[in-house]
Design a protein around this ligand. Sequence first.
Ligand code: TMP
Length: 212
Amino acid sequence: RACNIESRGALIVLEGLDRCGKTSQSSRLVSYMEGLGHSVELLRFPDRTTNVGQMISAYLLNQSELDDHTIHLLFSANRWEKRSMMETKLKAGTTLIVDRYSYSGVAFSSAKGVDLEWCKAPEIGLLAPDLVLYLDMRPEKAAERGGYGDERYEHLEFQKKVAQCYQILHDPSWKMVDACQPMEDVQKQLQEIVLDHVLACQKGKPLSLLWS
Ligand code: TMP
């Protein structure tokens, strides 16, 4: 078996603009890891199934209006309400593949003009990912891909600002993957990087907290 009782799972986050392929790649990664016998689960933020998540969903669908700070805190609360479950699963040896996390929270809110440090503050103390995979795609290219839906942030001009904010957040520990390649090639690259990190976590790399 790939996991033994002492080894923890890895916290792996996929980030990128809307329509860059995160959601498909996340679920493919889960299937791949399961196929290798790893204990693995898929999470996504926002998690629209909770009470907080339903408020977020209504906002994204333009069914409600909220102050920029208020919605920011709701996105953050939506991560906090999953924090202890995530820690328990990681410690039990389950790897979590997470479709969006705090970086989306900070990038999207700061793209609206909310102060960057203010945006980070409520995220302090959440579990830090072991790996951030950034699916890199120009906003124009992402916009062409099957088009945007009707959700609040799915506009080219706004996505350009989000891309700039991601640039400010990204550090050398992020793995940038060119998301314009054929899906299978993107998938292969992600698989290799993820396997390396899962093994490092099994060897005892400690869990850490945001922002570090
Ligand atoms: P989704 O399309 O991946 O479900 O994400 C919904 C939108 O919410 C997407 O445009 C990104 C945005 N978002 C934030 O603004 N803050 C956050 O913390 C998260 C997780 C997503």
